[in-house]
Ligand binder design. Structure first.
Ligand SMILES: Cc1cc2nc3c(=O)[nH]c(=O)nc-3n(C[C@H](O)[C@H](O)[C@H](O)COP(=O)(O)OP(=O)(O)OC[C@H]3O[C@@H](n4cnc5c(N)ncnc54)[C@H](O)[C@@H]3O)c2cc1C
Length: 325
């Protein structure tokens, strides 16, 4: 079965990256527009990763398992070498990878070595006849553009994590096919040294249902305690705009935005955040956005569903008092 969509799975230490489940969601309508929702496959590269492959087959996807000792740890060269043969034999219309540090490492290299068109950091993609239309944000997120490619060659696309809602497993399971891997380990220029984890494991903002984020408007670090107390009272966790993590008031893991986390909580409360486009890029898809800002012209009110022109340092304690009562 040639054509269709080829997804490249991302995994680490036996766990599938959430962005891979988003790619599956993005691939389904593409495969449907190519005639069959099942016209999507997923490539799992690694060594001893059959468990991951079997799990992904439960998403009603044919799984191509590319197992090789030289793929035990991710390297860009290893992925490119291994994927070449699969791309040549399956001739997909679209190759989907996540725009993560892995995806934006190997995807351009794969496109470059195989002379394929490349679209990076896409928010959405559609196939309209022989045209592939991708939605991207350009010029520091100021402009949303639709880019069109007509090509009879596979198009390599990286999708921004968080841009598409992840899917759960589907009914029924598909096959796992082990694909022979042609790879020259001596031609892999990178060497995996070790995996370093942050000293303190922090909460994962991207899975939180309620986020109360603090911006420079909270004025001093001591006022974070108030934001934390409010977040706790409504069952949420604390996020932040970039200046706060730059000043080390909170760890980098709490930063929401273009260079931080993309979040989709049910409720997002922005306290003293102006709503710069780089911040909004990471939270605009929250179910309900509440903004508190002293400046009625602050851009955050353009994306907020409810806005309070108020001093957060007064409104939060007053609301807490009401909640306690
Ligand atoms: C390449 C690049 C990437 C970036 N990535 C990110 C990113 O991932 N995330 C991010 O957040 N930013 C990012 N930024 C920075 C971004 O452009 C803004 O500078 C930043 O978001 C501003 O943070 P802020 O809203 O907290 O501060 P400010 O812009 O200073 O806004 C503070 C707001 O608080 C209000 N305020 C003041 N006092 C009070 C009060 N008592 N009560 C209520 N409101 C009050 C003010 O009216 C103002 O609107 C990036 C920038 C660049 C160039």
């Amino acid at each position: 079965m040639a054509g269709g969509v080829l997804i490249v799975a991302e995994h680490l230490e036996g766990r599938i990256a959430p962005s891979t489940l988003e790619l599956i969601a993005a691939a389904r309508p593409l495969a449907r527009s190519l005639g069959d929702e099942r016209n999507a496959r997923i490539a799992v590269l690694g060594h001893g990763v059959r468990g991951i492959a079997t799990h992904l087959a439960g998403y009603t996807l044919d799984v191509l398992l590319l197992d090789h000792p030289a793929l035990a740890e991710y390297t860009g060269d290893g992925y490119v070498q291994a994927l070449r043969g699969t791309v040549e034999s399956t001739k997909p219309r679209v190759i989907l990878a996540a725009h993560t540090s892995q995806g934006y490492d190997f995807a351009p290299a794969l496109a470059g070595t195989m002379d394929l068109p490349l679209l990076t950091n896409c928010l959405a993609i559609d196939l309209e006849g022989d045209r592939l239309v991708a939605t991207r944000r350009l010029l520091n997120e100021k402009v949303q553009a639709q880019v069109e490619i007509r090509s009879d060659r596979p198009v390599v696309v990286t999708m921004r994590p968080g841009a598409v809602k992840a899917v759960g497993p589907a009914r029924g399971t598909m096959t796992v096919t082990e694909v022979p891997v042609t790879l020259d380990p001596a031609a892999i220029r990178e060497t995996f040294v070790r995996l370093e984890r942050p000293g303190v494991q922090d909460i994962d903002l991207s899975t939180a249902d309620i986020i109360v984020s603090a911006g420079r408007g909270i004025q001093k670090k001591e006022n974070l305690a108030l934001v934390e107390e409010f977040a706790k009272a409504i069952g949420g966790v604390v996020g932040a705009s970039r200046p706060l993590t730059d000043m080390d008031w909170l760890p980098k893991t709490r930063q929401v935005g273009q260079s931080g986390k993309t979040v989709r909580p049910k409720l997002y409360v922005a306290c003293g955040i102006s709503g710069a486009m780089q911040h909004v890029a990471g939270m605009k898809d929250a179910g309900l956005i509440v903004a508190i800002n002293t400046d009625p012209t602050a851009p955050i009110f353009e994306v907020a569903h409810f806005g309070f022109v108020a001093d957060a340092l007064k409104l939060l304690p007053a609301t807490l008092k009401e909640l306690k009562a």
